[in-house]
Design a protein around this ligand. Structure first.
Ligand code: ZN
Ligand code: ZN
Length: 159
């Protein structure tokens, strides 16, 4: 039954994966919502994309542009790289493979999601994120290294 395989590449049938979410059911997780938004692009269902934006970014949404992107791109694959959730906040880092103007392209994003009244919403996205967000600690070169090695910083991670 490959014809009913969900476009989001979950391996599940559309009817039990993104289908119900596109039809308005709340997504169980931030990742499920993210997948359904990708599927919405594949199926040119921009209503779903629009209604799953958090209020603060809703007015920035360019519906005409999104529709054009949905149509011009040949969506190939979604890879969810990592998904984390804590209470009503979620982060999903993903890679979308698509073809546009005959070229293979990739979209890499770390997206933030917020759950409001039981509904996960897309609230922000960082395109081409550079690694893990890191806490920057200023350490003197002669101070003990914060990694706990017991060495001076300049002789350890500060080299
Ligand atoms: Zn799906
Ligand atoms: Zn160190």
């Amino acid at each position: 039954m490959t014809s009913s395989a969900c476009p989001c590449c979950s391996g599940l049938p559309f009817e039990t994966c993104c289908g119900p979410i596109l039809a308005g059911a709340p997504a169980a997780t931030a990742e499920a919502l993210m997948r359904s938004r990708y599927t919405a692009f594949v199926r040119h269902d921009l209503d779903h994309v629009e209604r799953t934006h958090a209020p603060e970014i809703r007015e920035d949404f360019n519906r005409a542009e999104a529709e054009r992107v949905a149509e011009e791109c040949d969506w190939q694959r979604l890879d969810v790289l990592r998904a984390t959730e804590e209470g009503d906040e979620g982060t999903v880092e993903f890679l979308i493979h698509f073809r546009r103007d005959g070229q293979d392209m990739r979209h890499h994003e770390r997206a933030s999601f917020r759950r409001i009244d039981g509904q996960w919403l897309y609230s922000a996205g960082e395109v081409n994120p550079k690694g893990e967000p890191r806490r920057v600690v200023k350490v003197g070169r002669n101070e003990p290294c914060p990694c706990g090695s017991g060495k001076k910083f300049k002789a350890c991670c500060g080299r």
